[in-house]
Design a protein around this ligand. Structure first.
Ligand code: NAD
Ligand code: DAU
Length: 334
C-alpha cells in the first residue's frame, strides 16, 4: 500500500509514521509537510531511510494532485494546530486547514483515492464541568476558536465531498494527545520544559478547565483501525476516558519533579477558553473493536517527562521563541 501522510513532521503525524514503519512493513510511506515552525524534520530521523519526504504545502493543488495520484490512501494530519496562535493570527489557519483540505479533497476525488481526515473534539465546543453528557458523533458542531472553526469547516467539506461526490472518506475527532515530539508551545511539553529549566508551570485562569487526555500511540492505533475497518462516510470519536483538570496535570508534574504542590503561577486566561472536553468513544470501541493501551495517565506522563529530559536537543531551539510569544499576552494573576 502506498500511503500519503500529510503533516508527518508534526507531533501526531511523526508518531504515526514511526508506528506505521515499525508495525506495517508492507506500507510505503510518503510524507508531505511544509515544515512550518511546528514541523521538525528531525522527528523523522529514525525512519528517514524507510520513507519518502516531500517538502511542500497541502494547499499547493498541483503538487497535491501529483502525490495523491501516486497513492492508494491519504491520512491528512497537516494543520495549524494551536489555539493561542489562532487568536493572534487566524490567517494561516484558514489557508492551511480549509484550503489545504479542499486541495486534498479535489485530488482524492479526481483519482478515487481512500482518504482519512484527522480532526479534533474541539469542533463540538465545550461542556459544563458537571454535565453528565459527553461528546458523541451526533453532537452539534459549535466551535469556539478560530482554530476549531477552521477544523469544523474542513470536516464539513469532507462530509460534503463524501456525500455529493462519493469520495471514499472517513473522519475522526480525537481529544487532547500527549507523548513524545509534541511542540513546546503546547500545555504538557511547556510545563515539562519549564520544570527542566527550573521555571514555575503556568496555568491559564483558574486551572479548572478539563481536557480528555489520550496517548498519541492510542490515537494513531485508532486511525489505523478506522482506515482498515471504518465505514465510508462515517465519523468516529477517539478518546480514552482520560478527563483531568489542568491544575491536577500540573500537580502530577510538580510531584514527578519533586517540587512543592504550590510551585506554580496562574496567568491571564485564554480568550474564549473552552471549559471541558469529554469524548464518548463507544462507536469506535463497539463497532470497530479498538481499545486504548495506555490506561495509566500518570505513568504515561512519567515516560513523556523522561523523553523530554533525554531529548533536550530536539526541543531546546524552539523554547525561547515559544516563551517570547507567550510573554506578549501573558501576565501572572496569582
Ligand atoms: P502539529 O502542529 O504538531 O503538526 C502539524 C504539522 O503540519 C507540522 O509538521 C507542520 O509543518 C505541518 N503543516 C502545517 N501547515 C502545513 C501546510 N500548509 N502544508 C503541509 N504541512 C503543513 O499538530 P499535531 O498536534 O500533530 O496535530 C495534527 C493533526 O491532529 C491536526 O489536524 C490537528 O487538528 C489534529 N488533532 C490534534 C490533537 C492534539 O491534541 N494535538 C487532537 C486532536 C486532533
Ligand atoms: O482537544 C484536542 C485539541 O487539543 C487539539 O485539536 C489541538 O490541536 C491541541 O492543541 C489541543 O488544544 P488545547 O487548546 O486543549 O491544548 P493546549 O495544549 O493549548 O492547552 C491544554 C489546556 O491547558 C487548555 O485548557 C489551556 C491550558 N494551558 C495551556 C498552556 C499552553 C494552560 O493552562 N497553560 C499553558 O501554558
Amino acid at each position: 500500500m502506498r500511503l500519503l501522510v500529510t503533516g508527518g513532521a508534526g507531533f501526531i503525524g511523526a508518531n504515526f509514521v514511526h508506528q506505521t514503519v515499525a508495525e506495517r512493513p508492507d506500507v510505503q510511506v510518503t510524507v508531505l509537510d511544509a515544515l512550518t515552525y511546528a514541523g521538525n524534520r528531525r522527528s523523522l530521523d529514525a525512519v528517514a531511510d524507510r520513507i519518502e519526504f516531500v517538502h511542500g504545502d497541502v494547499a499547493d493543488f498541483a503538487l497535491v494532485d501529483r502525490l495523491v495520484a501516486e497513492s492508494d490512501a491519504v491520512v491528512h494530519f497537516a494543520a495549524e494546530s494551536h489555539n493561542d496562535n489562532s487568536l493572534a493570527d487566524p490567517t494561516p489557519f484558514v489557508q492551511t486547514n480549509v484550503m489545504g483540505t479542499f486541495s486534498l479533497l479535489q485530488a482524492v476525488r479526481a483519482h478515487d483515492v481512500r482518504y482519512h481526515h484527522i480532526s479534533t473534539d474541539e469542533v463540538y465546543g465545550d461542556l459544563e464541568l458537571d454535565d453528565p453528557e459527553r461528546f458523541t458523533e451526533s453532537t452539534p458542531y459549535n466551535p469556539s476558536s478560530p482554530y476549531s472553526a477552521t477544523k469544523a469547516s474542513s470536516d464539513l467539506l469532507v462530509r460534503a465531498w463524501a456525500r455529493s461526490f462519493g469520495v471514499r472518506a472517513t473522519l475522526s475527532n480525537c481529544s487532547n494527545n500527549y507523548g513524545p515530539y509534541q511542540h513546546v508551545e503546547k500545555f504538557i511539553p511547556r510545563q515539562i520544559t519549564n520544570l527542566i529549566d527550573g521555571v514555575r508551570p503556568r496555568l491559564y485562569g483558574s486551572g479548572k478547565n478539563v481536557r480528555d487526555w489520550i496517548h498519541v500511540d492510542d490515537h494513531n492505533a485508532a486511525v489505523w483501525t478506522i482506515l482498515e475497518k471504518g465505514s465510508l462516510g462515517q465519523t468516529y470519536l477517539i478518546g480514552a476516558d482520560g478527563e483531568v483538570d489542568n491544575r491536577t496535570v500540573v500537580g502530577t508534574l510538580l510531584e514527578l519533579f519533586g517540587r512543592d504542590a504550590d510551585d506554580l503561577d496562574f496567568v491571564t486566561d485564554r480568550p474564549g477558553h473552552d471549559l471541558r472536553y469529554a469524548i464518548d468513544s463507544t462507536r469506535l470501541r463497539t463497532e470497530l473493536g479498538w481499545t486504548p493501551q495506555y490506561e495509566d495517565f500518570r505513568s504515561g506522563l512519567e515516560a513523556t517527562v523522561r523523553w523530554y529530559r533525554d531529548n533536550e536537543s530536539w526541543w531546546r531551539a524552539q523554547k525561547e521563541s515559544a516563551e517570547k510569544a507567550y510573554a506578549a499576552t501573558e501576565s501572572v494573576i496569582g
